[in-house]
Design a protein around this ligand. Structure first.
Ligand code: SF4
Length: 310
């Protein structure tokens, strides 16, 4: 799409959002033209906080389905729209509520900590939700002698064990995008002393990156990557997460250089959301995301704990 076409769609989307009383929220992994029309762009935690705080009547959620569900749980009185119902998440799909119930039955009394990338049914079986931005704080808020079941991301779980020194029982799920960033993808960086390496803890390369221990490696959530790049005196950064974050990094720190460690790190679910689908969603009031009240009530407590822990 060329610049005039994007600009015309931006105008159309903004007019519809105003007419419908909707706020547009977009995840950091959305395509640039969707990020640019949003009222707020952020990671899962930031978007959840925004969804809970907004006084708009509706939320057009440009992200994947579990995120829109989270917004619907936090704001049951608002209409939550997702522009494409097929925008799922391979990580969220790696555990079902039934599998979690079976796991809990094997470990009675254990506390369940779920990464926010889970379905509403799984959240309803969860004690604490977390994002990569506050996962460490959530684990550290739980008494040391308490057994913890952590799900669904294997790499984030392993990283948490390292930084907290706690032993966790970890579900063997993974995100196809982050697991696809392999140790070999970051090897070239070792020979580039002027570049800082920013790694998302879901990445398959996170363990190797931590092992470097050379002061130039930083394991960060996407939101913290942005804070870090803005405040760092360094000018060049290699980024190990989904490539959509590059747009926001470049926008927020235009004087710096950002490069992905892997051009293949693209989430096809995030990329299902387009400006045209967002326009259609606001115009035709589709697709409304709802969560059954009973499930929502059980899931809400775990999500509210996540939103409350910094
Ligand atoms: S990048 Fe991975 S974890 Fe994030 S939405 Fe896509 S599949 Fe899910």
């Amino acid at each position: 799409m060329n610049a005039p076409a994007i600009s015309a769609l931006h105008e159309e989307v903004r007019a519809l959002a105003q007419e419908r009383g909707a706020v547009i929220l977009a995840h950091n992994y959305q395509v640039p033209e969707v990020q640019d029309v949003a009222d707020f762009v952020g990671d899962s935690l930031g978007l959840s906080r925004e969804a809970a705080a907004t006084d708009a009547a509706a939320i057009a959620f440009c992200g994947v389905h579990f995120m829109a569900e989270t917004a619907a749980i936090l704001s049951p009185e608002k209409t939550v729209l997702i522009p494409d119902l097929d925008a799922g998440c391979s990580l969220a799909a790696s555990i079902t509520a039934e599998q979690l119930r079976d796991w809990k039955a094997q470990h009675p009394g254990a506390v369940v900590v779920s990464y926010v990338n889970t379905t509403a049914e799984v959240k309803a079986e969860t004690d604490y939700c977390c994002t990569s931005g506050n996962a460490r704080a959530v684990i550290e808020a739980i008494p040391e002698d308490q057994e913890i079941l952590f799900l669904p991301d294997l790499f984030l779980g392993l990283w948490l064990e390292r930084v907290t020194g706690r032993k966790l029982r970890i579900w063997m799920g993974e995100c196809h995008v982050h697991a696809g960033i392999r140790p070999a993808d970051i090897e070239r960086w070792e020979n580039e002393p002027d570049a800082e390496l920013l790694v998302h803890p879901e990445c398959g390369c996170a363990s190797q990156a931590m092992a470097f221990g050379n002061g130039r490696t930083h394991i960060l959530s996407t939101e913290k990557m942005i804070d870090f790049a803005k405040s760092s005196p360094k000018e060049r950064f290699l980024i190990a997460t989904e490539v959509g974050i590059l747009h926001r990094l470049q926008k927020e720190a235009p004087e710096k250089r950002f490069e992905p460690v892997s051009e293949r790190a693209i989430c096809r679910y995030m990329k299902m959301i387009t400006l045209e689908k967002l326009r259609d969603s606001l115009r035709d009031w589709k697709h409304v995301v709802t969560v059954p009240p009973e499930t929502a009530a059980r899931a809400r407590q775990a999500i509210e704990r996540m939103v409350a822990i910094a």
